[in-house]
Design a protein around this ligand. Structure first.
Ligand SMILES: C[S@@+](CC[C@H](N)C(=O)[O-])C[C@H]1O[C@@H](n2cnc3c(N)ncnc32)[C@H](O)[C@@H]1O
Length: 298
């Protein structure tokens, strides 16, 4: 079961008001939307987006099971394209956007798409269930991209200090065989890094896997594109609440919110990001890197 992070804090952040329209940009397991529906029933409209169709099905089922009155639309879409969904629904402005970035526990545990270095799965790492012909997969990156590009990704998105050694080992192995599975990649990483690192506190593949996932899904590009468009679609006093899980995402959110504040278009609802309390950290270790930032449109 996916445990929703900063559940109450992030729904409080939306400042829900009767008649409002809210976009849950990362439906996931429906945890945040469920909380909105529990508080407001069908007095607000929610549009739930996800690019994983299983996430949408799961979320829809969850809201049905509450037996509460609700007004929720589920749409399969990247949140970078939220404007297309709104225009299809003939909605010009909304009162809040909520983003709970990254991936859900279901995607790690059940998707079979290679998010976990602890499982032997095909190296896909696409957040969407079925990758289209134009979509990049982790398998494509490790087998087709240049050694330098691979090293740059692993360093830039994973902050992996052994990025060059890992990229070199990937290229040397792929000359002999296609790299198709997570187990192959884990073996390559273990061979490339020094002994002490292999036996360190975190699994030696952690950072490389994070980096590949970010690259495959263009996660930072999607966030930037979303932010650039978001303000034009917010009503006055509308809010954006974003939970990020690593410093690259958080920096993008922080800088964008600061820019809107400096341009006098927005007000920071909290100066410092909200982080999980001890109790949540104890119950859900995944929440340890979460940061919630909130801005309100002037
Ligand atoms: C952390 S989970 C959200 C969990 C959800 N808030 C809950 O409480 O159940 C993140 C979800 O966002 C989705 N996601 C990530 N990037 C996305 C994007 N650019 N567009 C749409 N969905 C995205 C993932 O597929 C995943 O289902």
């Amino acid at each position: 079961m996916h445990k929703t992070v900063l559940l109450h804090e992030s729904v409080d952040a939306l400042n829900l008001t009767k008649g409002g329209i809210y976009v849950d940009c990362t439906a996931g397991a429906g945890g945040h939307t469920e909380e909105i529906v529990k508080r407001m029933n069908d007095q607000v409209k929610v549009i739930g987006l996800d690019l994983d169709e299983d996430a949408l099905k799961r979320s829809e089922e969850r809201i049905k099971n509450t037996n509460l009155k609700s007004d929720v639309l589920w749409r399969l879409s990247n949140f970078r394209n939220f404007d297309s969904v709104l225009s299809e629904e003939k909605i010009e402005k909304v009162d809040g956007f909520l983003l709970d970035l990254g991936f859900s526990s279901y995607q790690i545990e059940d998707s079979g798409r290679g998010f976990s270095f602890l499982r032997d799965e095909p190296l896909e790492m696409t957040l969407q269930k079925t990758a289209g012909p134009a979509d990049i997969t982790a398998k494509m990156i490790v087998n087709e991209w240049s050694e330098e590009s691979i090293a740059n990704i692993i360093y830039g998105y994973g902050n992996e200090r052994f990025s060059r050694r890992i990229a070199r080992e990937i290229v040397s192995v792929r000359e002999k065989e296609l790299i198709e599975t997570t187990s192959q990649l884990v073996g390559i990483i273990e061979n490339a890094v020094p002994f002490f690192y292999r036996k360190g506190r975190i699994h030696p593949a952690t950072k490389t896997f994070q980096a590949l996932r970010i690259a495959v899904n263009d996660e930072l590009g999607a966030l930037e594109e979303f932010l650039e468009k978001s303000f034009d679609f917010l009503n006055q006093d509308g809010r954006i609440a974003i939970i990020s899980f690593h410093s690259l995402e958080d920096r993008i959110v922080k800088n964008f919110f600061r820019k809107k504040k400096d341009e006098k278009e927005g007000v920071l609802v909290v100066k410092k990001p909200i982080v999980p309390k001890d109790e949540e950290l104890k119950e859900n270790p995944r929440s340890r890197s979460a940061k919630l930032r909130i801005i309100q449109k002037k």
